[in-house]
Design a protein. Structure first.
Length: 154
């Protein structure tokens, strides 16, 4: 059994490592990733996807809507991947379609609660628009969205 004296340096090293992780923000990155299931990403906006050759990203915004079930059937028939950027308000009215999007293996993203132009809102309004949708989607699917697309592209 190790004596208290021989364990002391390891306790100090562990404590210093924890302090360093806190200071550098590593804990917040790890906890956010663990809580959301999303991979950590660098700050900034991505305008291109990695890969060679020409790529098409098929995305659907503002849903789920009256055509979403038909779109899901077509995508499934042709085995086409897609991403759905839903509005929280629409998800609240049609959670079954959101679950169908998830069951089909499609990526789901946050497109705000009710499609307000974010630059026209203050910080609290912007946060509310984004967070309300995230909470709604998580309540339906069990996962917070990892992707975000702002209304009107801004």
């Amino acid at each position: 059994m190790m004596s208290v004296r021989s364990r002391l340096p390891w306790v100090i090293v562990a404590a210093l490592a924890l302090v360093a992780m806190q200071v550098t923000g590593l804990f917040s990155r790890l906890s956010a990733s663990a809580a959301t299931g999303c991979s950590p990403v660098s700050a900034g906006v991505r305008f291109a996807a990695p890969g060679a050759g020409r790529t098409v990203a098929l995305t659907f915004d503002d849903g789920p809507g009256h055509d979403t079930r038909r779109i899901l059937a077509i995508l499934a028939a042709y085995r086409v991947p897609a991403t759905f950027f839903n509005l929280g308000l629409n998800e609240a009215h049609d959670p079954a379609t959101v679950r169908a999007e998830q069951a089909g293996g499609y990526a789901l993203g946050d497109h705000t609660w009710d499609h307000q132009s974010l630059p026209n809102l203050g910080a609290a309004g912007q946060a509310s628009e984004i967070d309300r949708e995230r909470v709604e989607q998580a309540a339906i699917t069990g996962r917070y969205p990892c992707l975000f697309r702002p209304p009107y592209g801004n």
